[in-house]
Design a protein around this ligand. Structure first.
Ligand SMILES: [Zn+2]
Length: 319
């Protein structure tokens, strides 16, 4: 029989589904260019009703009996290899040291450096289509430092039953020539140029729902030599983006937040659940849109990993 918490979580999932549906209606109404007063009124009423239900769910959750006592928590061992978040994409190892509160997100990568097209480098003084050993060494070190520095340590988690326990996220990148989560293929391109980068997950689609394989040596990321430098994505958003930082978001299970011509944002339901905010697609300064800022909403797959690895559902963002 479902526990009280499971029932509440179920209810929450249904409410999120309703909300996503409503966002689609909003887009439909908007398709003819404007939302008229009548349409807006309908939407507002529905959103208000949903908000009331969400508020009730929060209260129900708060009133639940304790999940765990601190001594039991501190004595536990928490580790899972090849974790893939509920978004259906992303792959990493996760472990928690309950005493220090260090949640390690470990992404194992293989580096494949691909030489560029000689033609593109004609007349470019001091540049070559061929990766030099020194360039490779520098690129690897910069990639690792940038991902660990930009993605780690941003936000903290806490659990209402565990006084004085604060969990922080430590992102680690390890180079592995086998048993890797992602093969990074880095194409050499001339300085200042840009190429479309992307993450390819292998997996299965069942009933329209994609699930990435949890096996290693499967997924790949197409990058280029300029992905560690800021580029302007040509929108009216001031913030610039480093391609590799955005693609890393996909490697930990996040979806695109700019308008990718697909309905919805992969991690939107998880964000609604954890933070109560509704994500809409567009050009913003957020890292999963066209900018560079890592927000709380980009930590939802880490929060899910923490819940999974501890088997505890009440973890929340620390304010
Ligand atoms: Zn993307």
């Amino acid at each position: 029989m479902a526990t009280k918490l499971e029932k509440i979580l179920n209810l929450e999932t249904n409410v999120i589904a309703m909300e996503q549906e409503l966002v689609k209606y909003h887009d439909m109404f908007l398709a003819d260019g404007v939302i008229d007063d009548y349409e807006q009124e309908q939407l507002d009423t529905m959103f208000a009703t949903i908000n009331n239900v969400v508020e009730e769910i929060f209260q129900l959750k708060a009133a639940l009996p304790p999940e765990i006592d601190k001594a039991t928590f501190l004595a536990g061992k928490y580790k899972e290899t090849n974790y893939s978040p509920p978004t259906g994409t992303g792959l990493f190892d996760v472990s928690l040291n309950p005493k220090s509160g260090r949640l390690e997100v470990l992404v194992k990568v293989n580096f494949t450096f691909e030489d560029g097209d000689a033609v593109d480098f004609n007349d470019l003084k001091g540049q070559s289509a061929i990766w030099s050993d020194a360039e490779i060494k520098k690129w690897k070190a910069s990639y690792i430092a940038l991902m660990e520095g930009r993605w780690g340590g941003k936000y903290h988690f806490h659990h209402p039953d565990l006084k004085n326990v604060t969990v922080y996220v430590d992102v680690e990148i390890d180079e592995k020539t086998s048993g890797w989560h992602y093969d990074l293929k880095i194409n050499k391109i001339p300085k200042g140029e840009m190429e479309q980068s992307s993450v390819t997950h292998l997996g299965k689609r069942t009933g329209g729902v994609f699930k990435a394989s949890k096996k290693t040596d499967k997924h790949s990321v197409d990058l280029d030599s300029e992905d560690l430098t800021f580029i302007d994505k040509g929108t009216d958003v001031k913030d610039k983006q480093k391609g590799a930082v955005h693609e890393f978001g996909h490697m930990v299970g996040l979806g695109d937040e700019y308008d990718d011509r697909k309905a919805g944002i992969k991690h939107a339901a998880m964000v609604r659940n954890a933070l109560g905010t509704v994500l809409t697609e567009g050009n913003f300064d957020d890292v999963m849109s066209v900018g560079n800022t890592i927000e709380k909403q980009h930590y939802v797959t880490f929060l899910a990993a923490l819940k999974k690895v501890t088997g505890l559902n009440k973890w929340q963002f620390k304010k």
